[in-house]
Design a protein around this ligand. Structure first.
Ligand SMILES: [Zn+2]
Length: 581
C-alpha cells in the first residue's frame, strides 16, 4: 500500500493526474485488481505511453513497449532462473541475464517499478542484481506465456536429431555460399522467417528463407563453430555484439570465415565474411586485370621501376587488394624479397612472398610492422593501406632509399592520391619525387554470358547516368557500331543478369610534367585535366562506357563510377586512347 501511495503522489506532483482522479482510481483499483498505473489508463485519466515514459524518466529506468514480435528476443534459458509462478505472482518478466567474472545482472521487465518487494524477491532468488525496465501488465502476461510455452520446443531442440538437422542446415548455408562465390552471408531474423542473404558480385541476394523457430539453434551452432579458434562466442550472451572466426574445408575449398553478431530487436543478426583461399590463388597476373591495352603496357612499365610508390585507390570492396596481389604475383622471383603487411591478410600469396598480418590490439600496427620490415632486407613492400602520417612517411623513406612500395588509399580519382598524400602530411617535393603512378579502380558486374541480349538504349537512360549529350548522339547515330547489351536473367545468374565482376581503371603516371604540377601545388582537377591530353588518359567513367560499348557490362553498372566535372571525350577518342599508340 505504501508504494502505491508514493506512486500516486508522484503522479500528482508531476501534474499527470489530479487528487480527485487519484482517489477515484484507488477506489476502482481494488475492484479491478490492477496496479495503479494501469487503473489510471483504464479510466482514461492518462495515456499508457505517456504515463510509463514519464515514470521511467523520473525513475531513471527504461520504458520498453514490448510488442508481440519482441517476444522472440526472450532468452529461453531464463525459464530455469525464475519459476513461472513467481513471474505471475510478482508480475515480472526476465529479459536478459549477464553473468561473467565481474557482473551478475538480470534485466527484469516490471509493470510496477515501484514494487521494491518484487525486486528484492527476484534478487534473493537469482543472486543477480536486478535492473528494472518498465512495461505494461499485458506485455508481461504475454511474455510469461511465450517464455514458458517455448520451453517445450527448446527441450525438443536439444535432442540429438534436431541438433544434427541444425548442423546440416548450417553446412548447407556455407556450401551454398561457396558455390555461389559469395563474399558475405547475412542471417537475419524477421517477424515470420529468418532470411539468409548473400553478397554475390558485390550485391546482396536473398538465397534462403527458413522458419523463425530455427533461428536460435542456427545462432548457437555458429557460435560454437566461431569459438574453435582464438575467440570465444558465448551462446547465452544475446545482448552484446560478439566476434569469432573459423577455418573449414567447404565444397573442396579452404575457407576462412569471420563471424560477427549484432543484437537486433528481433534477435541476433549474424554476418559471416568468407575468404576463399583457393579462389585467391587464382588472382593471376596483370593480364587478368583486363585493363585497356594502352594502360596495361604503361602499368607494367611502372611496376618494374626499381624504386618509388605505386598507389591503388578506390573505396572498400573495389578490388584494390586483388590488383596489388596480381602485381606481386607477376614480379615474384627467387631473386627479390617481397614483403607484405596487411590488415588482415586475405589472399594467400605463393612462395617467396612473405605476408605479415597486423594485430592492432597487440600493438602490431602498420608503423611497427614497417619499421621491422625495413630491417628485413626488402626489395618490394606491399602496404595494405596508408591511413596515417607515420605509415606515409615510412613509405616515402622506403621509396627514397631504393625500394618499390605498393599501397592503397581511399580516394575518388587517380589524381586524388597526390592530394591525399599531401593532406596526410607528406611534403609536395617528397610526393613528386617518390610517386610513380596512381591507379584508381572500381569493380563492375559483368553481363551473364548465358542470357545476354542486345538492345537499343533510351536517350534518357544514358542522360540520367551523366553521359554527355554529344556522346549520346554519337552512340545513337551509330547503332551498327555501338551495341549495348544486358542480361535477361536466367538460372545461371539467379535471374540477376550478371555473373562475376571485372575491374575498371583510371591511371595517372607521374611524368616530369605531373611532377612539376605537384611542386607548383596544383589541385587534382588541374592535374587530371592536363594529363587527359598529354597522357591520353581516359577517366574511369569513360573507361566504364568503353566496357559498356564493348558488351562487358551495362549502363546501370556505370552508376558505381564517379562522374567528375569534365567534358567527356568522344566515344571514338575513348576507344582510340585505350589502344597502344
Ligand atoms: Zn543469366
Amino acid at each position: 500500500m505504501n508504494e502505491k501511495k508514493k506512486f500516486g503522489e508522484l503522479l500528482i506532483e508531476k501534474k499527470i493526474i489530479t487528487t480527485a482522479q487519484l482517489e477515484e482510481a484507488l477506489k476502482k483499483q481494488k475492484e479491478l485488481e490492477l496496479p495503479l498505473g494501469e487503473t489510471l489508463i483504464k479510466l482514461k485519466f492518462v495515456s499508457e505511453n505517456f504515463l510509463l515514459e514519464t515514470l521511467a524518466r523520473h525513475l531513471g529506468c527504461e520504458f520498453l513497449n514490448i510488442a508481440e514480435d519482441d517476444y522472440k528476443i526472450l532468452d529461453k534459458s531464463l525459464v530455469k532462473v525464475i519459476p513461472m509462478e513467481i513471474c505471475h505472482k510478482l508480475r515480472v518478466l526476465p529479459l536478459f541475464q549477464i553473468i561473467d567474472d565481474e557482473t551478475k545482472q538480470l534485466t527484469l521487465a516490471m509493470a510496477d517499478p515501484l514494487a521494491d518487494y518484487a525486486v528484492k524477491e527476484v534478487e534473493e532468488l537469482t543472486g543477480c542484481s536486478v535492473s528494472p525496465i518498465l512495461t505494461t501488465s499485458a506485455a508481461i502476461e504475454g511474455g510469461i506465456n511465450k517464455l514458458f510455452d517455448v520451453k517445450v520446443s527448446v527441450a525438443k531442440a536439444a535432442t540429438m536429431e534436431e541438433d544434427s538437422d541444425t548442423i546440416k542446415l548450417v553446412n548447407k548455408i556455407l556450401l551454398n555460399a561457396v558455390n555461389l562465390r559469395a563474399s558475405d552471408i547475412h542471417i537475419e531474423p524477421h517477424a515470420e522467417e529468418v532470411h539468409i542473404r548473400m553478397r554475390i558480385d558485390g550485391v546482396l541476394q536473398l538465397v534462403m528463407a527458413i522458419p523463425s523457430s530455427q533461428h536460435p539453434a542456427i545462432v548457437s551452432r555458429l557460435k560454437i563453430m566461431g569459438s574453435e579458434q582464438k575467440s570465444v562466442m558465448k551462446i547465452e550472451e544475446k545482448r552484446l555484439p560478439q566476434d569469432g572466426s573459423l577455418s573449414r574445408a567447404i565444397g573442396g575449398h579452404a575457407v576462412d570465415c569471420r563471424i560477427s553478431t549484432l543484437p537486433t530487436i528481433r534477435g541476433e543478426k549474424i554476418v559471416m565474411r568468407l575468404f576463399d583461399k583457393d579462389r585467391a590463388t587464382h588472382v593471376g597476373r596483370i593480364a587478368g586485370l583486363k585493363m585497356s591495352p594502352r594502360m596495361e603496357l604503361e602499368f607494367r612499365r611502372c611496376v618494374r621501376q626499381p624504386n618509388g610508390i605505386i598507389i591503388v585507390t578506390g573505396p572498400t570492396g573495389s578490388g584494390k587488394t586483388t590488383t596489388l596481389h596480381a602485381v606481386i604475383n607477376e614480379i615474384n622471383d627467387v631473386g627479390i624479397n617481397i614483403i607484405t603487411v596487411e590488415d588482415p591478410v586475405e589472399l594467400n600469396a605463393p612462395n617467396y612472398i612473405n605476408q605479415s598480418s597486423l594485430i592492432p590490439p597487440a600493438g602490431y600496427t602498420f608503423g611497427r610492422a614497417l619499421r621491422a620490415i625495413m630491417r628485413q632486407d626488402p626489395d618490394v613492400i606491399l602496404i595494405g593501406e596508408i591511413r596515417d602520417r607515420e605509415t606515409a612517411e615510412i613509405a616515402v623513406q622506403a621509396a627514397l632509399t631504393g625500394h618499390r612500395v605498393y599501397t592503397t588509399l581511399h580516394t575518388e580519382d587517380a589524381a586524388g592520391a597526390v592530394m591525399r598524400m599531401i593532406d596526410i602530411g607528406v611534403e609536395h617535393f617528397l610526393v613528386s619525387s617518390t610517386l610513380v603512378s596512381a591507379l584508381n579502380q572500381r569493380l563492375l558486374r559483368k553481363i551473364c554470358p548465358y542470357c545476354a541480349e542486345e538492345y537499343v538504349p533510351m536517350r534518357v537512360e544514358m542522360a540520367d547516368i551523366g553521359i554527355d549529350n554529344h556522346v549520346i548522339e554519337e552512340i545513337l547515330s551509330n547503332p551498327d557500331k555501338y551495341k549495348l547489351r544486358r542480361g535477361a536473367g536466367c538460372s545461371a545468374c539467379r535471374q540477376t543478369g550478371y555473373r562475376e565482376r571485372q575491374g575498371v581503371f583510371e591511371m595517372l603516371t607521374v611524368t616530369p610534367e605531373v611532377r612539376n604540377m605537384i611542386l607548383q601545388k596544383q589541385n587534382s582537377d588541374v592535374i587530371s585535366e592536363k594529363t587527359r591530353e598529354s597522357q591520353s588518359m581516359n577517366m574511369i567513367f569513360e573507361e566504364g562506357l568503353r566496357l559498356v560499348l564493348s558488351g562487358v557490362t551495362t549502363l546501370g553498372e556505370m552508376q558505381r563510377l564517379p562522374r567528375g566535372d569534365y567534358k567527356m571525350k568522344s566515344v571514338e577518342r575513348i576507344f582510340l586512347d585505350s589502344q597502344i599508340a
